[in-house]
Design a binder for this molecule. Structure first.
Ligand SMILES: [Zn+2]
Ligand SMILES: [Zn+2]
Length: 352
């Protein structure tokens, strides 16, 4: 098999070759059809997160060993399966749930593997989809995609599940009654907009600093698109919401500026769901958190059950596919560079 790997942090991905693994137990070997290139791959490639105040979180210290094949949005065709992988059929296409846990810790035993304390996430801690083959440790992590286009289905494993998980934290009662705010109109933002529509939401006001992305959000049905660099961005959000402060903000950027705008536009008792990992230090005065009864909630992807629920919704055809751009697997490094330069609209997907 051939993969495009991070060999050194912040350096070009390198093509590496290895013999195809032979699946044992419940393991499954898939031939990769599509691998989404996610913004969080940039953090892995850089080797850390900015924690603000001059501190960084080193991924090396968190147990990420190189070389690593990134790619956590993967669709593949089953070509071999271990004797215990009974739930999959050779030749069929599956999307991989990559947020795999240890199956032993408290979170895993509650079926919240995405909160595992010893995560085994594919494309983060274990080899992922920037390759022509992927070994999945258990058939239970595969969801049949039927006739769906692999390039359209792959991004549901991260951008779909992440936004679905965040919307579940907002709660259907809230998003079906009130418009919400989505910070960031990249791949995640557009996915979130589509999910809001498919789930019967009251719509979303989108914030982005890039006029091209704001236009993409308007084209995708956003109620309004506001420039996050405007000094009165929070006031513009409130105006777009009919003069009322908003019930919930999903911050897909997670920078000091975006969380501040969110904080300033949320009603008392509302929810600020932080998803993005841009990083930096939190800018809000602590006393305002109790005074405004603010719910500040972190959201990290979603559970396997949420993934099944999401894929069931996808299969009803209610979610309009987001814009994807397809690139040959051999272009993995170039695609990652374009994403780093902010040149990707919608989702870039490597296809083989
Ligand atoms: Zn991702
Ligand atoms: Zn665990």
């Amino acid at each position: 098999m051939k993969c495009y790997c991070v060999v050194n942090f912040k350096q070009a991905l390198q093509q590496m070759d290895a013999p195809n693994p032979v699946p044992k137990g419940a393991e499954v070997l898939l031939q990769v059809r599509a691998a989404g290139v996610c913004h969080s791959d940039l953090h892995i490639w850089e080797g850390g997160y900015d924690l603000g105040n001059g501190k960084t979180l080193s991924l090396k210290d968190r147990g990420i060993n190189l070389p690593l094949t990134m790619g956590h949005e993967t669709v593949g065709t089953v070509i071999a399966a271990g004797p215990d992988a009974k739930s999959v059929t050779q030749g069929k296409n599956y999307v991989v749930f990559p947020w795999i846990g240890c199956r032993k810790c408290v979170a895993c035993l509650e079926d919240m593997e995405n909160h595992c304390s010893a995560p085994q996430y594919l494309g983060v801690y274990k080899n992922g989809g920037y390759a022509d083959h992927i070994l999945v440790p258990d058939a239970r992590y595969l969801v049949d995609i039927g006739d769906l286009d692999p390039a359209i289905a792959a991004p549901y494993a991260c951008s779909g599940l992440t936004t679905y998980g965040a919307l579940n934290k907002v709660g259907a009662k809230t998003y079906q009654k009130h418009p919400i705010v989505i910070m960031g109109a990249g791949g995640l933002g557009l996915m979130c907009l589509e999910l809001v529509k498919a789930l019967g939401g009251a719509g979303a006001i989108v914030v982005d600093i890039d006029p091209v992305k704001r236009q993409a959000a308007l084209d995708a049905g956003a109620l309004a698109a506001i420039d996050g660099n405007a000094p009165d961005a929070a006031q513009q959000i409130i105006k777009a919401n009919g003069g009322k402060m908003v019930q919930a903000v999903i911050d897909l950027v997670g920078a000091p500026n975006t969380t501040q705008i969110g904080f300033d536009s949320i009603i008392k008792g509302g929810k600020l769901i932080i998803v993005g990992l841009f990083g930096g230090a939190s800018p809000w005065p602590i006393a305002f958190i109790p005074m405004r009864a603010m719910n500040i909630i972190g959201s990290y992807v979603g559970s396997l059950q949420e993934f099944h629920d999401l894929m069931a919704l996808v299969k009803t055809g209610k979610i309009k596919p987001i814009q994807v751009t397809r690139h040959d697997l051999s272009q993995a490094d170039a695609v990652l560079s374009s994403l780093r330069q902010g040149k990707v609209t919608g989702r870039a997907v490597l296809t083989a």
